[in-house]
Write a protein that binds this ligand. Sequence first.
Ligand SMILES: [Zn+2]
Length: 314
Amino acid sequence: MIPRFPLINLSIDAELYRKNSSEWFNSLNNLPEDTLLFIISKNYAHFTDLHSKTHLQLVPVYSALRDGSNFSRNTDLAQINQSGNLISPYYCPNNPKVVSLIKNDFESLHEASPIAGILLDSLEIPFQPPIIGCFCAYCSTLAEEKGINLSQISHEITRKMKNGVNWNWVTKNYPEWLQFRVDSISNLAGKLMITIRKLEPNIFLGMTVPFSYTPEMFGHDYFFLSLYLDLLNFSVNENILGSKKKLLKQIRAVAKKFIGEYRIFLQMKVPHELNVSEIKMGINTLKKNSFDGLIFHVSTLNELKKIIKIGVLG
Ligand SMILES: [Zn+2]
């Protein structure tokens, strides 16, 4: 059973609060106790610190496939590109060592301090030529079982790459490979869900996805991700609380097709152009559209204070 989440939640980069921590803690403690605080940090000590000084529900934001974490990492986890080279910033979703590594990190996070959930980030295979996907031995074997010849595809793509590979060309020529990329991400999400349930049934597992009209470009299938995970968090760059309601409707239209139990969040920056009552009006629209919550990414104390006004008065 997935819990009901508060409507207004926050995301912060842990490095920020540390510069002025007592003021941040004072402000954070003005928020309702069940508010989820999503924390971008590579350091377990931040979670312990935030747990001892705030009453909020902590949720580490965990970078799943992108390097840059100081959780122990190895190059033998990296994606291999079409020319056989390492794609250094990304890990392969089909590499079994990746699952064990993430499992270990989940365990460490769970032990470090009480957490309400974990929010996965960068669980994706981006299509950003020349980075387009993984052609490692694990992927090749798995693809072969489905009748997909990855080495042939990598040859043709490398040849084509000289003149630029575009999305339409790939969609037309290699739909089965694009499906393979998407399935790789969905399957990993499913495995991680099982991992977290075994570890601690009360910790929810969510995932942030950049909302896109072509989610397969990231290896995403929103339907399966919502089916496997507790929470799908669509991050948007536009101010959807203001006049740009079109995007909101489009996300809603996608989410209406989901089945089973799931929660849908939206994530955005604190809108500077709107005042507190305008933001509250926008949030009411979200509620009417049956979104389960909103995550405001807060970068400054002033932004935090603005959210507190909404949270406390709301
Ligand atoms: Zn691979």
